[in-house]
Each structure stands twice: as C-alpha cells, then as structure tokens.
Write a protein that binds this ligand. Structure first.
Ligand code: RM4
Ligand code: MN
Length: 388
C-alpha cells in the first residue's frame, strides 16, 4: 500500500490492547522491585491504562488476568472502564499459581485438580458475560520435567476434553485464544509447546477457537512471521501477545529487542489482510516492566507497534509482487528494506495531530503530571503485582 491517505486511515484504525498486569509490580524469580504509585486494585490499573489511551488514542482495551483482577462486581468494573473511555479486552485465565497445579492443571493426573481447573476456565467465561469481553485467552503452564513423569498423549487427551467443555460454554460472540509456549515452567515437555499443537486443538474445537502468538514463546531463531502468515491464511490467527526478548520469555517492551522482527511480522499481517477488524486479529501486549516506569513503557510499546505497522503499510506491494514474480531476489528484498528503512515518525505524528492528539505521546503523558499524582495519592494498601 503506498497511497498515503489509505496508510493513515489504517494507522488511525489500529487498536492495541494493553495488559492489566503491565501496570503492576513485576520482576524475576530473584526480585520484584516495587515502584511508587503502582495500582492497588483493578480499578486503579484501569485508570493507568486510560492514561495510555489518552496519550496514544490507540489503546482502548485492557486485558484482565483472573484471579489477579478478581473483583466482587464485574459489571461495576466494566462500567468503571467505560467511564474512562475503555473496554475490557481478553480475560486471561490463571491455572498456574495454585499449589494444586504442581503437576498440571487441565492435564493433571488427578481428576479433582482437572475439574478445579476447568471450573476456573468456566468462571472466566462468566466474567466475560459480565464484562462484555469476547476473548478467553488460555495459557497452560502444564507439562512435565522428566522423561517418564507422565504419559504425553494421555495428557493431550485431558487437554482436549477440557478445551471441549469450555468451548461448549462459549456464547455466540465469544472465542478461545489458545496460547503456546516452548518451555517454562515445565522443562521437559509443555502440553502446548508450539503453534502446531495449538492449531490442531483449535481445528478440532471449531471456528470459535484460534491461536494466539506470544512473540516470546519460541525457540531462538524461530521464523515467527512464517507462523503468522500460515495461521492468517487458515483463518486461525486470533491475535498476538507482543513483547520482546533477547534470550527466552523476557517480556520486554514490544519492538525493543528486535524492531526488524516486529516489522516482518506486521508485514505478513498487512499483506494477508490481518489489519481488517473482521479478521479478528487482536493486537495485545503481554509484558512486564520490571525496572522501567510502567505507564510510559506501555506507551512506548504501543508506539513501537504503530511504527512497525506503518513501515509494513509502506511496503510497495505492486513492486514487491512484480519482483517476486520475476524471480528477482535482490529487487524483492530491496522493496521490503526500503519500507523498513523509512522514518515513519513524522507520518505517525501527523496521524496523531489530525486526530487531535499530541504528536508525541510520551511528552503528552509527562505533561499530565499523572506519575507524581499517583505516587502521592496511592499510599498505603497493597500494591498489585505478580501473584497479587
Ligand atoms: C504467560 C503467558 C500468558 C500471560 C502470563 C502472565 O507466560 O504469556 O499470556 O498471561 O504469562
Ligand atoms: Mn502471553
């Protein structure tokens, strides 16, 4: 696409969903560093997310994580979100932080634990009903640490049974986004280790089950954009958990470690029609800000996704197809690199200014004084964080 106004329209329309847990304290297994002003409950997390949306105009949806974001009244939480100009996005189930799940959740050898895990997933669908959320995001930490520990294919059967029960419970507008991860916390086998496993389960379930690609969940060197192109072609790409990594599941800011990879992913999305809302591809962030200030880090991540998208939109597809059809390897590569090498910051600044936003979202956020305000006001109570 090289028509400037069409590029701007596409950029204006893109929505990036931010994660509630990105606003809370987080860390590694070595240390969680608390930060001043961190939210103490889901209502305060939404207030921070509203700052990101105000600065970028592009982040109206917030993913929740249950039970981290458990509240008495989900309708009230949803109304609070609407009052802030936000909507509740994906509901992320959490079947990995309970003692019962030591040997797995839905694939646990103990039927009592499997029942408990499935009941939690069903509870998450109830929460979707109450909040108007359409997406149930499922990530299973299930797996084994040692050869022989449990039977791999029996565990696949347990997983399929659990997914089928949850799928049955979904409303017409609701869907499952099934996530995969190569390793961690299990080190020998994960029960959903890769996109092929997730895809096979989703195919068997039906049209309301799609795969979510978390960019930090692959072996180093994996060609993620190939997976994206394949899933889009099959109508099975539900969305992304964007983050970036140098080594494993680092959960750093999207586009920080490898902006070229993010561009290549967005190129496949753009080329295969994945920006169109009807394809249902959700552009979500799934990251943790352990040492940097959280709200501006989320803003930076939104901007990085927008920059990768803008570059992808600038690919001259006519010239690219012509070079590909002619078998001109160097010319085809040059078309792609030309787009990647374009400085799209002025274009995005223009899009923002035309939408009545500050062209510089980070400066806009700093000017609000929100960071000082929450540091002064949010004293006492228990800060939200991993496991809270
Ligand atoms: C997992 C996975 C999930 C996220 C949790 C916090 O590694 O990426 O999507 O909800 O972490
Ligand atoms: Mn994820």
């Amino acid at each position: 696409m090289t028509d400037r106004s069409a590029v701007k329209d596409a950029l204006r329309a893109q929505r990036i969903e931010t994660p509630s847990w990105g606003y809370g304290n987080s860390g590694t297994r070595f240390k969680v560093f608390a930060q001043p002003g961190v939210p103490r409950d889901p209502f305060e997390k939404l207030a921070d997310a509203a700052q990101v949306h105000a600065a970028t105009g592009a982040a109206p949806k917030v993913s929740l994580h249950i039970p981290w974001d458990k509240v008495e009244d989900y309708a009230a939480l949803s109304a609070h979100a609407r009052g802030l100009g936000l909507e509740i996005g994906a509901i992320n189930a959490n079947v990995f932080q309970d003692d019962d799940y030591k040997l797995g959740s839905v694939t646990n050898p103990d039927p009592r634990v499997r029942r408990k895990a499935v009941d939690h997933l069903l509870e998450c669908v109830d929460i979707m009903d109450a909040t108007g959320s359409t997406d149930l995001k499922l990530w299973f930490s299930d797996g084994t640490n040692y050869p022989g520990q449990d039977d791999t294919s029996t565990r696949q059967g347990r997983l399929a049974d659990a997914l089928a029960e949850v799928y049955e419970r979904l409303g017409d507008d609701q869907r499952i986004l099934l996530e995969y991860k190569l390793f961690e916390p299990a080190f020998y086998t994960m029960d959903v280790p890769d996109w092929g496993t997730a895809y096979a389960h989703c195919l068997r379930l039906g049209p309301k089950a799609t795969v979510v690609v978390d960019t930090g969940h692959h072996a180093p060197g994996t060609n993620i954009e190939f997976i994206v192109a394949f899933l889009l072609r099959e109508g099975k790409l539900g969305g992304f958990d964007f983050n970036s990594r140098f080594y494993a599941d680092d959960d750093l800011m999207a586009g920080a470690a490898d902006p070229f990879q993010l561009f290549r992913i967005m190129h496949e999305v753009v080329k295969n029609g994945g920006l169109a809302p009807e394809t249902g591809v959700a552009f979500m962030l799934d990251q943790c800000h352990n040492i940097e200030a959280k709200i501006p880090a989320v803003i930076r991540s939104v901007m990085n996704v927008q920059e990768a998208t803008a570059k992808a939109l600038l690919v001259d597809t006519g010239a690219l197809t012509a070079a590909q059809d002619a078998g001109d390897v160097l010319a085809a590569n040059e078309v792609l690199m030309d787009a990647y090498s374009t400085d799209v910051r002025p274009l995005l600044a223009e899009v923002r200014a035309e939408a009545g936003l500050d062209p510089n979202p980070l400066a806009a956020y700093r000017a609000t004084g929100w960071a000082d305000k929450i540091a002064a006001e949010r004293v006492g109570g228990h800060q939200a964080g991993w496991g809270a």
